[in-house]
Write a protein that binds this ligand. Structure first.
Ligand code: PHE
Length: 460
């Protein structure tokens, strides 16, 4: 049945590909600045709770739905016998396309920085604003990045996605670990560690909670069917629970390590931790410079190359969602589906490309109630796709799984490849999570986030 769609070759291959999807700009670029904006350790703690308690059951449900049906996120719901619920998959497709359109822009920045570092241009940190406003340059990097993504996805599940992840993921880990060790030896490093690890709960407000939840979903690639898609390529022999646990731990672990690298760097340079989206792009070049001209060039370019790799395994999973849809539901040959979607999504990303200073229209795109400054087009679609659609998708997936498909069916699928599962405490936790915790908490936070983002309304 699944033979012409492709399948992961091994358990390790699946886990690396899914962890590759999870680990990306979300961990290394977004997580540290969210922590910085959210006041440090208190944010980290809330984020961890969300990942393990709320997101984990949703992740298991996504993988199980995919594996049960061997289908893309739209076809999966039809295949289970609930065609009306394929709206979840359609929302996911839209979210995936939109997220990839702006994600690719940031990935282009990372890739561009690789070349700047190669040339020893450490001053780029202070010129970040000018760099991202240069639409032609950044656009070319973005185009190359999208082409690389398409190239991997067109290779298929085993020869493309799985192979790339097996090379890229371990190299990423090695370089980050090296940088953490270096960061911890810098003067004032401990002030950074303290900011990062000692919680100050007076900094927690609703905003911090919304951001932590959005970040957890984004970082784990949940709520849009990326893991339904990857789950559809997993064999019945695999243990879904332990795979999901490893994927979650890897993702959280790498985000955690990225923070452990960032804050000592930031504090050692006497910079403010709340540097926003520019944080790594502004801070790190100066740090690399302190390594001396030779080592600085080597480590600096290696870092941004690997950041690009981390982003690449994520863009691959984002592109695979619409591609699997076109292949399954429209019988399109994979290669054609890949290049068509990649090209289309690049075009959709052009306004985001222009949103960072090169065009006044897209940069100051609109005013949202409750915010003094205008928001850019790119920020607006981030609010819509990643802050709103992903938690909404998670909410709908948990409601669907618990009350439509039924928890018993979920358990039955999860038990395949996992002998002791039925009757175990884990089964109880999973069922409780998917029936109560996820729907209730995700439902409430989704509504509050939308009120906050689009109406500036904050009830407390
Ligand atoms: N998880 C990826 C990251 O952290 C982004 C992503 C979101 C990928 C949703 C796929 C689906 O960078």
């Amino acid at each position: 049945m699944a033979s012409n769609r492709g399948q992961f070759n091994s358990r390790v291959g699946f886990i690396l590909a899914a962890a590759g999807s999870a680990v990306g700009l979300g961990n290394i670029w977004k997580f540290p600045f969210e922590v910085g904006d959210g006041g440090g350790a208190a944010f980290v703690l809330i984020y961890l709770i969300f990942c393990f308690v709320l997101c984990f059951p949703v992740m298991v449900a996504e993988i199980a739905i995919g594996r049960r049906t061997n289908k893309n996120p739209v076809g999966a719901f039809v295949s289970l016998g609930f065609p009306n619920w394929s709206i979840i998959g359609k929302l996911g497709l839209v979210a995936g396309v939109v997220i990839l359109s702006f994600y690719n822009v940031v990935a282009g920045w990372a890739f561009g920085y690789f070349f700047e570092m190669l040339q020893g241009n450490f001053a780029i940190g202070s010129e970040f604003g000018t760099f991202i406003a240069d639409w032609l340059k950044v656009g070319i990097y973005g185009l190359i990045f999208m082409a690389a993504t398409a190239f991997i996805v067109s290779g298929g599940v085993q020869d493309g996605i799985e192979k790339a992840a097996k090379i890229l993921m371990p190299s990423l880990l090695a370089i980050i670990l090296f940088l953490v060790v270096y960061a911890l030896t810098l003067p004032n490093a401990m002030a950074g560690v303290e900011f990062y690890l000692v919680p100050d709960f007076s900094k927690v407000n609703l905003q911090v909670i919304y951001n932590a939840l959005g970040q957890a979903f984004f970082s784990l690639s949940l709520g849009m069917g990326a893991l339904i898609t990857y789950g559809s390529y997993v064999s019945k022999r695999e243990n879904i629970i332990s795979s999901a646990a490893i994927i979650t731990l890897t993702d959280v672990g790498i985000a955690f390590i990225a923070g452990l690298m960032m804050f000592p760097f930031v504090f050692s340079q006497n910079l403010e931790p709340n540097g926003g989206p520019g944080l790594i792009f502004v801070t790190l070049p100066g740090v690399f410079q302190t390594l001396g001209p030779l080592l600085g060039v080597v480590i600096g370019s290696l870092f941004f190359l690997l950041l690009s790799f981390a982003a690449l395994t994520s863009t691959v999973s984002l592109l695979e969602v619409p591609v699997s849809y076109l292949v399954d539901e429209r019988n399109m040959p994979r290669k054609k589906a890949v290049w068509l979607t990649a090209g289309g999504i690049f075009l959709v990303g052009i306004p985001s490309l222009l949103s960072n200073g090169s065009s006044e229209f897209w940069t100051a795109f609109t005013h949202l109630p409750g915010r003094e400054d205008p928001v850019s087009f790119m920020t607006l679609i981030e609010f819509v796709a990643s802050d709103s659609f992903l938690p909404l998708g998670g909410f709908l997936i948990s409601v669907f799984t618990a009350y439509v498909w039924r928890t018993a069916s979920l358990d039955e699928e999860v038990a395949i490849g996992n002998d002791g599962f039925l009757g175990s405490p884990l089964q109880k936790f999973l069922n409780f999570g998917i029936q109560f915790l996820a729907p209730v908490i995700l439902g409430i936070i989704f509504v509050l986030t939308v009120l906050d983002r689009f109406w500036g309304y904050n009830p407390f």
